[in-house]
Design a protein around this ligand. Sequence first.
Ligand code: ADP
Ligand code: MG
Length: 628
Amino acid sequence: MSTPDSTLPTEPTSGQTTGQDPTFADLGLPAPLQAAVDDLGFTTPSPIQARAIPELLAGRDITGVAQTGTGKTAAFGIPLLAALDPRASVAGGHVQALVLAPTRELALQVAEAVESFATHLPGVRVTSVYGGSPYQPQQRALRDGVHVVVGTPGRVMDHLERGTLSLDGVKFLVLDEADEMLRMGFAEDVETIFGQAPAKRQVALFSATMPPAIRAVAETHLTDPVAIAVSRQSSTVSTVEQTYAVVPFRHKIGSLVRVLATSDADATIVFTRTRKDAEEVGAALVERGTAAATISGDVAQKEREKIVERLKSGALDVLVATDVAARGLDVDRIGLVVNFDIPREPEAYVHRIGRTGRAGRTGRALSFVTPHERGKLKHIERTIRTTLAEVEIPSPRDVSEHRARRLLDAVGTRIEAGRLDLYTRMLQERAGSASDAADAEGTSAPVEGGDDALQVAAALLALAVGDDGPQQRAAQEEHERERAEAKGGRTRETHRAERTERDGDRTGRHPRSDRDRDDRGRGIRRPAAGTRYRISVGHTHGAQPRGIVGALTHEGGLSGSDIGKIDIFGNFSLVDITRPLDDADMNRIGRAHVAGKALRISVDKGAPERRAPRTERPRTDRRPARTA
Ligand code: ADP
Ligand code: MG
């Protein structure tokens, strides 16, 4: 079951007998929703929209498998609004529609989109609820009455438990990015939430993939769902030009700087696998004069939102991010995605490059592949059934040329703007003195062969682009040597570079898979850096992550965003807490209870049997060592 490959806004869907692209008008939307779609400038539904909207309007449940950027929000958001009863009372938290999203960022984004579809539905209110932010405003909104709640499962559960949200009147339930939600450990919450909604409700479940766990959810909670799939490539292939370059590990930063310096993209996202790499790359760019910001799970939510805003507004052009931090990021200006590390999973690759080529624009993706990673590249190519084109990393000379060309492009406009007399006079004086000098030497030609004006202009260009001559030549020669080396294949140099890289993996300097996982918080449970604490409750006491977070936040006075990774062991648990705790904090937490047991807390000293062997590195790292 799949529609042909296509992109937003879209190409025709198969089976369309008219031979015309289906329009939103063909989908039979209620007038206020059609008006909203017109306002947004959506003319043609995307394939997932063209298939899902009619089914949902007809009251069916659906499962939708589609990648990021395929327009899923409107696919459920529009029918969800059509299903509401704007006259029925929603005060006291009796919402009519609930959308679950894995992260705060996605919840905000979806709520914003649903609001934009509801502009012609006066009185219909939408709100979002998520962790890491105070309850009160959310409670107030729910009490006053909202029709649609978009929330992370954790916070939705909290509101249900507090009685500030009721699902009794829910007509429409959506699981957005269901696979991600389960991966983040929300399975239990999702079950509970389904259990609290009326048996008669409509459900739309969206997921990038359909693993057995998601299939099971669909089988248990959906009624005779229509399965809709948009083929894997649809979100990317035709709008994103996919390229790769072979770059030895130690040349990656230099290569990245030159790629950015020669890119015409409005904005760029650079992806790294781990938080540490993101920070290092971000810092290296800033050091070399590229204004770049970094977002990883470590960045506080407020800060992250600010960064995304700056990226949207054009105040920021380069963002370095980990997969999870950038998940769902929807910024039209992104014209280039650089995979600083090639992702291991083809899924991640598709997600990453889906950050560009959005909203009908075209984009480019460039993946850095070290010589020994060609196998990974092949694996991705096979999975996405696309061949990536190999490109060369720009040389220092290319960078100068690019900069100079930009300056030259601006010359015409500058001449038109006038007021150049100061500079023409200076150049005339210079030309005069040059020819005087030439006369004095008894030669008639101006200095250094040929046209003095051209020489002067060339020197000015060189100065303007930062090409001082000798250094630039050395950089260019160095670049050419490196190229020859990479082409020549496995010289000793590249061997060494690769080995260092692999060693990095093996010694746990980059415990990649772990770190990637850490990067996801449980919505309110922000990822961990900071100090690892040991608390005195574990499996044997029936401790659950939610209970621990609840005790730490309610009684312990921490906020959800202070709490990172939680590992539960037999009779104790380890919790990463990202802000420093003083004695008062420790005392307060010590009085909290989980599963009826007082929560004694101490800094984790790290029993050796729980540690991966890492004798060579003292724990200078601000990040605590991970348990296996
Ligand atoms: P997904 O949830 O599948 O990742 P989104 O719903 O976030 O995708 O949509 C991606 C982008 O495409 C958004 O900027 C959205 O406004 C835009 N978009 C969605 N549907 C259409 C359409 N039919 N025509 C034009 N743009 C659209
Ligand atoms: Mg989405």
